[in-house]
Write a new protein. Structure first.
Length: 147
């Protein structure tokens, strides 16, 4: 397979400005801040041809997870309510948990793997994961797979 056919994760600070503008225009449309592509590209400072050239190939990291399943693993402190707190964050964000697998705690840390359907999310998936990462007792969170 050609390298050009692969998916990449790249920090926004190294991307060409045009890519950032395409994402901005897509967000304006998605968030219904504008009614037309014309309005979005004008605000983003982008040409129509550039928008259509890149729009189906450029996504924010979590944006591509919408309507799909995400599997992530966490290291949680072995204490009452830690996993419950994580599940509340997911539930409050409209994420549907499909499976939970938890290991027996070792050295006061349990590994938990969760698979969740994100299409029902009422908030940005990235924001939900940031809330989980900062929750009491969460030591780490890693996305394992997206389908």
């Amino acid at each position: 397979m050609e390298l050009a056919d692969q998916l990449f994760i790249v920090e926004g600070k190294v991307l060409p400005e045009i890519i950032i503008k395409v994402v901005k225009a897509k967000r304006l449309i998605e968030d219904r801040e504008v009614r037309t592509v014309r309005e979005a590209i004008k605000i983003a400072g982008l040409s129509r041809s550039a928008f259509y050239r890149y729009k189906d190939s450029v996504f924010l990291f979590y944006e591509n997870s919408r309507g799909r399943t995400v599997t992530f693993t966490m290291d949680l402190t072995d204490a009452p309510g830690v996993l419950g707190g994580v599940l509340n964050i997911l539930s409050n964000g409209g994420v549907n948990v499909l499976t939970i697998v938890q290991t027996i705690p070792v050295s006061n840390v349990a590994n938990v793997t969760v698979t969740a359907e994100t299409g029902t999310a009422s908030e940005d998936i990235g924001a939900i994961f940031e809330k989980i990462k900062s929750a009491n007792g969460v030591r780490s969170l890693t996305i394992v797979a997206r389908q």
